[in-house]
Design a protein around this ligand. Structure first.
Ligand SMILES: NC(=O)c1ccc[n+]([C@@H]2O[C@H](COP(=O)([O-])OP(=O)(O)OC[C@H]3O[C@@H](n4cnc5c(N)ncnc54)[C@H](O)[C@@H]3O)[C@@H](O)[C@H]2O)c1
Length: 293
């Protein structure tokens, strides 16, 4: 089966990036969010990122125009999924929200449509089981920022068919990504390592081991990470990290995955990272300013 039209659910950090790379690769894309202002913000981000590529000479004006011309926004879920070949979901990492959404998508999408979740941790099998097509359900885990990061983790649920895996591999490669195939397990391959590592950095801040900037510098220079764990936490979103940590504890039944109290307090305060203007750094000035705890 050839994929021509893709629905992207969620126009946030991940959704707008996924819509961007899919449209740039030639797919027709319809992007959905729950309020028009979120769709407008997502579209504005796509435009800004494409224009950055244009300035750097990576793409032409014709490509920018053609890419933007292939993306539309829509609020009504039924209208969004009615004639698409693939749905990629990038809505918040909340189990009930995802399950309710997938039930509705399954009801209105054509029979042949493949359903892919960009979840960071939630069970693909659990989501597939609320649909009538678990063989066509799969994990398609992009990384942030999507236009820059080169990997897609493909996650096979218990019932996912090989044909679905092959189609998603083809789409991922067409949008310029390398793929790894992972059998379902909480956090798949990357987040199983990354989330406990970020949490450990937050525990160290909580215990006064180092300042935010020193912890970031230590890991950047000492381990050759491209950015420190607290900068990365702000990029990912502290709310998303907390959802994942809580989900890991529940799934692995192992307290080693627990979230630090500081992370939970910051989420409660709304300091969820870059998207909120404040996290481990304050983004209100010209340059991110490390916070003191
Ligand atoms: N942030 C990361 O680094 C990262 C990386 C890989 C995967 N993910 C996963 O991607 C998903 C989205 O994360 P994000 O960082 O883009 O979050 P985000 O908060 O930036 O965006 C989520 C968007 O979904 C919208 N939304 C809420 N309910 C919706 C619904 N029912 N239908 C359509 N849209 C809805 C919100 O309004 C928001 O615009 C999560 O599952 C997350 O775990 C995140």
């Amino acid at each position: 089966m050839e994929i021509k039209k893709i629905a992207v659910l969620g126009a946030g950090q991940m959704g707008n990036g996924i819509a961007h790379v899919c449209a740039q690769a030639g797919y027709e894309v319809i992007m959905r969010d729950i309020e028009q202002k979120f769709i407008d913000k997502g579209m504005a981000t796509i435009k800004k990122n494409l224009e950055r590529g244009l300035k750097k000479g990576r793409i032409t004006q014709e490509e920018v125009d053609a890419t933007l011309g292939r993306i539309t926004g829509e609020l009504d879920l039924k209208a969004v999924v009615k004639d698409v070949d693939l749905v990629i979901e990038a809505i918040p990492e909340i189990v009930k929200l995802k399950l309710d959404t997938w039930k509705e998508v399954d009801e209105h999408a054509p029979e042949h449509t493949i359903l892919a979740s960009n979840t960071s941790s939630i069970s693909i099998t659990q989501m597939a089981a609320v649909t009538k097509r678990p063989e066509k359900f799969i994990g398609m885990h992009f990384f942030n920022p999507v236009p820059v990061m080169g990997l897609v983790e493909i996650i096979k649920g218990q019932a996912t068919e090989d044909e679905t895996v092959e189609i998603i591999k083809t789409v991922s490669e067409k949008v310029g990504k390398k793929t790894v195939l992972v059998n379902e397990a909480p956090g798949f391959a990357v987040n199983r390592l990354l989330v406990p590592a970020i949490n450990e950095a937050v525990f160290a801040i909580q215990e006064g081991v180092a300042t935010v900037e020193d912890m970031d510098l230590a890991i950047k220079m000492g381990l050759n990470w491209p950015m420190g764990p607290l900068t990365l936490a702000d990029f990912v979103g502290l709310d998303t990290l907390l959802y994942i940590s809580d989900y890991f504890v529940e799934e692995f039944k192992d307290s080693k995955y627990r979230a630090p109290a500081l992370l939970r307090k910051m989420v409660r305060a709304g300091w969820v990272g870059r998207k909120a203007g404040k996290g481990f750094y304050d983004y209100s000035g010209d340059k991110p300013k490390p916070m003191r705890f």
